[in-house]
Design a binder for this molecule. Structure first.
Ligand SMILES: NC(=O)c1ccc[n+]([C@@H]2O[C@H](COP(=O)([O-])OP(=O)(O)OC[C@H]3O[C@@H](n4cnc5c(N)ncnc54)[C@H](OP(=O)(O)O)[C@@H]3O)[C@@H](O)[C@H]2O)c1
Length: 334
């Protein structure tokens, strides 16, 4: 039995004052940055400023939402806690160029993903609380769930507890973005990082996209129309994902037709064979060493990361089939 047995904490168990009393700078105003800022303000955090790079396209949105926007060095000098919600691959540059040289002594650092601490892209000063407050899921969902009176499942960890109060700040932060309504669990920076990277690489993004593209191409090669192939191999993913989220894998199998279940059971074991295990082992080895992280940060810092791949994807027939379907059924233009 390997089910995690630690009990979650809920809003009723948590004092929000440690975060409410903070001067909090949120670095980045993307999916997580915007959602966290709006939720924290509604949860009673009075002093929030948004720290953005010069010329940031997000400035207008943050100001329209009623936040004061400041430069990164100014935030570093002002805040009691920095919530670093910029892209992970930029953390090393942001930290060394714009935060560390200007940083207020004793300032806490809050992260939503363990990446930059686990791989040593940020080396914490001895006087800093280093906190993981990860609401698990896309940033937009943090806000959507909060507006429904809920939140995303939260995970907290403390890498360094200089103040002796890091745990309290981690829990208060997560409760203030809604995670206390569904449950907050302990983790470690290593566990959150390895699990997050592996899950997105082999299942949620890389694995899913590989299966969708290859199966679409095989159906079209068999003479099926592009529209029908797109519906069966891409469009319907959402319905299955919703079933799995609501009922688990066994529950999903019970909810679909017996024909679909029988066919899937013939194939499942064949896909999950030695070739897949080799891909998974390699992905895990690259994540557990720092090979993946180093390669990604170096690629980003060299500039124009993934520009060619993105352009090539846009030109694929599968994208035209999807765009045509969305235009016809939803009137969407992309
Ligand atoms: N716990 C989870 O399940 C989970 C899920 C998703 C993401 N996350 C984490 O949340 C954090 C933010 O992710 P996100 O999805 O919100 O990203 P996002 O939507 O792509 O937003 C990234 C933000 O980073 C800023 N940024 C990028 N490069 C920068 C630079 N060089 N200097 C200053 N700012 C820069 C962008 O600024 P501009 O607006 O100026 O372009 C943007 O505001 C990451 O640490 C990510 O790993 C956690």
């Amino acid at each position: 039995m390997t089910v995690e047995t630690s009990e979650p904490l809920y809003t009723a168990d948590i004092d929000l004052e440690p975060v409410r009393q903070c001067r909090l700078a949120i670095v980045g105003y993307g999916n997580h940055g915007r959602s966290h800022a709006l939720c924290l303000r509604e949860s009673g955090v009075r002093e929030i400023r948004i720290a953005l790079r010069d010329g940031s396209p997000s400035r207008a949105k943050a100001e329209a939402d009623g936040f004061e926007v400041i430069a990164l060095p100014e935030a570093a000098a002002w805040a009691d806690a920095i919530s670093l919600l910029a892209a992970d691959e930029a953390h090393r540059q942001i930290w060394s160029d714009s935060i560390l040289p200007f940083r207020k002594p004793g300032q806490a650092l809050i992260l939503c993903h363990g990446f930059s601490i686990h791989y040593g892209l940020i080396e914490p000063p001895a006087d800093a609380d280093i906190i993981l407050a990860a609401a698990k899921g896309p940033g937009g969902a943090v806000r959507q769930e909060y507006e429904k009176g809920k939140g995303l499942i939260g995970f907290w960890a403390v890498h360094q507890d200089a103040s002796g109060r890091a745990r309290e700040l981690a829990l208060a932060y997560l409760a203030a973005i809604g995670s206390g309504e569904v449950g907050i669990f302990p983790t470690t920076f290593r566990e959150e990082t390895v699990s997050d990277l592996f899950g997105e690489q082999v299942v949620l993004v890389g694995g899913l996209v590989a299966l969708a593209k290859a199966s679409y191409e095989r159906l079209v090669a068999a003479g099926v129309s592009e529209r029908m192939a797109y519906i069966d191999c891409v469009h319907e993913i959402k319905y299955l994902a919703d079933l799995i989220q609501a009922r688990g894998i066994a529950g999903m199998y019970e909810a679909i037709s017996d024909t679909a279940e029988f066919g899937a059971r013939q194939i499942e074991g064949k896909i999950a064979g030695p070739a897949l295990k080799a891909v998974f082992d390699q992905a895990m080895a690259d994540i557990e060493s720092d090979r993946f992280a180093r390669k990604w940060v170096e690629t980003y810092e060299a500039g124009d990361a993934m520009k060619a791949e993105r352009a090539a994807d846009r030109a694929l027939p599968i994208e035209a089939a999807g765009a045509d379907l969305r235009r016809r059924i939803y009137g969407a233009t992309k």
